[in-house]
Design a protein around this ligand. Structure first.
Ligand SMILES: NC(=O)c1ccc[n+]([C@@H]2O[C@H](COP(=O)([O-])OP(=O)(O)OC[C@H]3O[C@@H](n4cnc5c(N)ncnc54)[C@H](OP(=O)(O)O)[C@@H]3O)[C@@H](O)[C@H]2O)c1
Length: 220
């Protein structure tokens, strides 16, 4: 199945918001303002940052300097691994709003499940409440496997809108994708370009067949 992948393409989240399908990642880019400005000028509608990346302020500056209306751009950030508790996660949301210079976040994810079950659930409760308070429009998780997703479901809590995981032809994570499909959680791929290592015959041949080479090149 082919799908439209323009900058304006979106997918509907279980929370009702539309997530732009293409996003600019800012991992390992301490100086991401020029890239964000160039991307916004080119037409990108979605920027992915994280508290861990240390570049939220640059993302916010780029958004303001670009002159693009705030409501046209989708900003995702992520709770850091050492911020897993109700109190710390709640203040992380406030801190990210301040650092990005925004009145609301489009999406806040828990960056990874790397703590323990009670802390993960308390962190999730903090995000649920931040959403109720209007600070965040959509909430989600990242690097969660089925066990971590089931914890949320079994606790009777609101399910995430998004699970951001590594996903590309060499890392398909089919069990997680199937769970997310079943429960209407959007799977967001990170490292979709396989960190540049896509020179495998089965990939280049398939790309040629479906004329996807131009998509890969124009997205870099
Ligand atoms: N939630 C998480 O835990 C998590 C983890 C990882 C990433 N992410 C998000 O996903 C975004 C993208 O992931 P990613 O940056 O790890 O991986 P990616 O998008 O698959 O790949 C980017 C890497 O591939 C290289 N590359 C891209 N096209 C290339 C080409 N044509 N030839 C050679 N090298 C090429 C780039 O090198 P150069 O930059 O040197 O050109 C860069 O190092 C991140 O920026 C971040 O926002 C999230």
């Amino acid at each position: 199945m082919t799908r439209d992948f323009s900058f304006n393409s979106t997918v509907r989240l279980n929370s009702g918001q539309d997530l732009p399908l293409l996003g600019l990642g800012t991992y390992l880019n301490d100086d991401c303002k020029p890239a964000c400005l160039a991307a916004l000028k080119k037409g990108y509608k979605h920027i992915d940052t994280a508290r861990m990346y240390g570049n939220e302020s640059q993302v916010g500056e780029a958004l303001r300097e670009s002159g693009v209306p705030r409501e046209e751009i989708y900003i995702t950030t992520k709770i850091n691994n050492n911020e897993h508790s109700y109190e710390v996660a709640s203040s992380s949301v406030d801190d990210s709003l301040k650092t990005l210079g925004l009145k609301y976040l489009d999406c806040m994810l828990i960056h990874s499940p790397l703590s323990n079950k009670p802390s993960r659930l308390d962190t999730w409760r903090a995000l649920v409440d931040s959403k109720k308070q209007g600070k965040v429009k959509a909430i989600g998780v990242s690097n969660y496997n089925v066990k971590h997703l089931e914890e949320i479901r079994e606790a009777g809590l609101e399910l995430p809108s998004i699970n951001q995981i590594e996903l590309h032809p060499r890392c398909q994570q089919k069990d997680i994708v199937a769970w997310c499909k079943k429960y209407n959680v959007v799977v967001e791929a990170y490292a979709p370009l396989m960190r540049g290592e896509w020179n495998y015959p089965e990939i280049t041949e398939t790309a040629k067949k479906v004329d996807y080479c131009h998509v890969i090149h124009s997205s870099i």
